[in-house]
Design a binder for this molecule. Structure first.
Ligand SMILES: O=P(O)(O)OC[C@@H](O)[C@@H](O)c1c[nH]c2ccccc12
Length: 267
């Protein structure tokens, strides 16, 4: 099965169970790769339907302080893309949820887009989310990803007009990532009041599932959004637990938090 097919299946399976898909995000190498590997197992066991694995970058323009700090911790450990892919290769067939890598374009360019597509596929990665890859410049990566069956997930935001939304929905693969707020990642107390309506519009034009992310930080918010989206992404709230919990307890703390988030996806 290709990565794209695995992603599709994951959404179908969740919707058959009458749930929105839960998509937790963690940063690779925060605080080190061995912990990341254990955390990936824990996310899977806690019920994650898909997993977004961040690749750290020094200038993460879409990220708020929580994920910026996680990237700094990971970079301090001297992380390399090749070893992240090796770690994914060890784990991808042992856990259920498909893994997507979220990363900024520069490290992938340095690795070589062709080599990256090749190695990511061999490692069992299912797709990519590259926030600074503008649709207009994405052709090369789209072709490479398509040839390997990797999903290339595109982002839409509240500022995206109707016309562009329709184009994005056609060009994305795997799912469409709907950014809930104009701004950067990070836990927020309040989500925009018209978000449900915006999601409905996005779902109407999108041939693939629509997942919502940015600012979703607790089970109540997940429960509120679950009826309005095919998937819900939670990043900073999990990354914060990783930052604040002693190493000996971090895996179980993340596990139980993600479990409560997963319970909240039930429709
Ligand atoms: O952290 P939040 O607010 O829960 O948002 C999701 C997010 O972490 C994850 O999807 C993500 C992290 N960095 C990104 C950059 C662009 C798009 C998405 C992301």
């Amino acid at each position: 099965m290709t990565g794209r097919q695995r992603i599709k299946e994951a959404f179908v399976a969740a919707s058959r169970r009458k749930e929105a898909a839960l998509i937790p995000f963690i940063e690779a190498g925060d605080p080190d790769l061995a912990t990341t590997k254990e955390l990936l197992h824990a996310l899977s066991e806690a019920g994650a339907d898909l997993i977004e694995l961040g690749y750290p970058f020094s200038d993460p323009l879409a990220d708020g302080p929580t994920i910026q700090a996680a990237a700094q911790r990971a970079l301090k450990g001297g992380i390399r893309l090749g070893e992240v892919l090796d770690m994914v290769a060890e784990i991808s067939s042992k856990i259920t949820p498909p893994i997507l890598i979220m990363g900024y374009l520069n490290p992938f360019l340095r690795f070589g887009l062709e080599a990256f597509a090749e190695k990511a596929t061999a490692a069992g990665l299912c797709g990519t989310i590259i926030p600074d890859l503008p649709m207009e410049e994405a052709d090369q990566w789209r072709k490479l990803a398509k040839a390997k069956g990797l999903a290339n997930v595109l982002l839409a935001a509240p500022t995206t007009d109707q016309k562009r939304l329709a184009i994005l929905a056609q060009k994305t693969s795997g799912f469409l990532y709907y950014v809930s707020v104009t701004g950067i990642t990070g836990a927020r107390k309040d989500l925009p009041p018209d978000l449900a309506l915006k999601l409905q519009t996005a779902r109407e034009v999108s041939p693939v599932p629509v997942a919502v992310g940015f600012g979703i930080a607790n089970a109540d918010q997940v429960a509120t959004l679950a009826p309005h989206a095919d998937g819900v992404v939670v990043g900073s709230a999990i990354v914060k637990i990783i930052a604040e919990t002693p190493r000996t307890r971090v895996v179980e703390e993340v596990f139980s938090f993600v479990r409560t988030l997963k319970e909240a996806t039930r429709l």
